[in-house]
Design a protein around this ligand. Structure first.
Ligand code: ADP
Ligand code: MG
Length: 467
């Protein structure tokens, strides 16, 4: 493997969150009773005509703009012909040589810093239905609920060089489409599906022959499939065989892929412009309107969290990785002014405990920030919230008497007592071994059950020892 370079290009299918289908008014909804979301267009009854869903076009342009793609003012729908029972028309309506979006760039984070790969194109197409094969039975069924569902196909340049990078790039695309609100990103339900084109070569050599592995419905499977396929190709080449361009199918149970069919060529599909659909024209004004409506994108959030909120690169990248997480963070931060502490709690302390609401967390951090409680006591309050999810942090602090003690007279007394008890440690401190201060502080805090204001306690103890 060491002598070879892996080359990967992805074809990513993104299922759009439109109300209705790409060319019919039937509902676009996952998980309904089979064949209930079906219109005459979806099952290709003779004489029916497709009507393009404007929202799907808007969503395609949104993604194109977010990836810095050229948006083509004119694009063309084409018929892609093949036979399969889940495709009643005998062709899929897709875009071929004139897609809606041209070249762009996808940037993703890696442990070696950000990397960018080319996007070749994005086109709009319809999905097929679903064949259901009953295990052990001798019949199959067709469910046409998915037939005509709007998809975007995002095709990357062959710019990826490892399974890890392929997974990161795909994760980043997933985050992007959820931020844009055009796809729910639910991989388990097939809302996104990737095909991995893989080849290997000696560094510097021209691109090798590629295979395309289909059926990758999780980020983990994508990584495993790329690993498997690159290893298989290297072994083939080392054994003196040549790589055959073919389509392969990933079997997630056996963690291997097998050849499905030799690669079909574009001319096999007899592509031609769909005479039922006019060329799609979008004006510069329409594109500008969509651009103006884009939300803050993950990369913009990443920069803002670092530059304006002062978070470190790592914390910022963790928070923006999922829209849900960023939304949570911002909702909690709306209740206090301490981005670092809020981020720290979300990333390190709570591991996204779903029962704690952003408003509870926001309030908890505000209590720390206002020095009503210490960070240590906050952990006690948090434990309490976990077992009483309906309660408010401030009520817990009140009812359990967890407020920091600010009575300096009482604190002074405790400090004096503690220093008498640990005479020899105090002597060491005075002889210059000042790192024993931490131990003495710990004892003072222990005496107050952690409730003393640590800032005040530190200053009083210092004064007492040094004075
Ligand atoms: P098709 O439509 O026949 O699948 P495309 O030209 O659209 O062919 O390419 C599909 C994908 O294959 C793209 O993501 C591209 O980056 C990738 N690709 C092309 N050549 C190679 C190669 N030699 N190795 C790996 N990936 C490749
Ligand atoms: Mg392809």
């Amino acid at each position: 493997m060491k002598d070879y370079e892996v080359v990967i290009g992805l074809e990513c299918h993104v299922q759009l969150l439109t109300q209705s289908k790409l060319f019919s008014p039937a509902k676009n909804n996952y998980g309904d009773e089979p064949n209930t979301n079906v219109d005459v267009v979806d099952i290709a009854l003779p004489g029916t005509l497709p009507v393009l869903n404007q929202k799907a076009v808007e969503f395609a342009i949104r993604l194109g703009l977010a990836l810095g793609c050229e948006i083509n003012h004119t694009s063309v729908f084409a018929r892609k012909h093949y036979f399969y029972p889940d495709l009643p028309k005998g062709y899929q309506i897709s875009q071929h040589d004139q897609p809606i979006c041209g070249p762009g760039t996808l940037t993703f984070q890696t442990k070696d810093g950000p990397k960018s790969i080319g996007i070749e194109r994005i086109h709009i197409e319809e999905d097929a239905g679903k064949n259901i094969h009953v295990e052990g039975g001798n019949s199959s069924f067709c469910d046409y609920n998915r037939a005509g569902t709007p998809l975007l196909e995002v095709v990357t340049r062959p710019d990826l060089r490892s399974a890890e990078d392929a997974m990161e790039a795909y994760k980043t695309l997933r985050a992007l489409v959820t931020y844009l609100g055009i796809c729910d990103g639910n991989l388990q339900e097939g809302s996104m599906r990737a095909d991995a084109n893989v080849s290997v070569r000696k560094p510097g050599a021209p691109l090798g022959t590629r295979t395309e592995t289909k059926n990758l419905n999780s980020i983990k499977f994508l990584g495993q499939a790329v690993e498997f396929e690159s290893r298989r190709q290297v072994l083939e080449i080392e054994a003196g065989h040549t790589i055959v361009q073919e389509t392969r199918l990933w079997d997630s149970n056996r963690k291997e892929s097998r050849a499905l069919r030799s690669k079909e060529e574009a001319h096999d599909y007899r592509y031609f412009p769909d005479p039922d659909l006019l060329p799609l024209n979008v004006s510069a004004d329409e594109i500008a309107d969509i651009k103006a409506s884009l939300p803050e994108l993950p990369v913009q959030k990443l920069n803002r969290y670092q530059e304006q909120l002062g978070l470190g690169a790592y914390d910022a990248s963790v928070l923006i990785a999922e829209k849900e997480m960023a939304d949570y963070f911002e909702a909690a931060l709306a209740l206090n002014a301490n981005a670092k502490t809020t981020a720290n709690w979300i990333i390190n302390e709570m591991q996204m405990s779903p029962q704690i609401t952003p408003s509870q967390l926001g309030e908890l951090v505000k209590l720390i920030d206002d020095r009503v409680i210490s960070g240590t006591i906050a952990k006690t309050v948090f434990e309490d919230l976990l077992s009483n999810p309906a309660s408010r942090p401030s009520d817990i602090v009140e009812s359990k008497g967890l407020k920091m003690q600010r009575d300096s007279g009482a604190l002074q007394q405790i400090i004096e007592q503690t220093c008498k008890q640990y005479e020899s440690e105090v002597a060491k401190y005075k002889s210059g071994k000042t790192n024993i201060f931490g131990f003495l502080m710990g004892q003072v805090m222990k005496q107050t059950q952690g409730k003393a204001d640590p800032v005040e306690a530190t200053s009083l103890l210092k004064k007492y020892l040094d004075g």
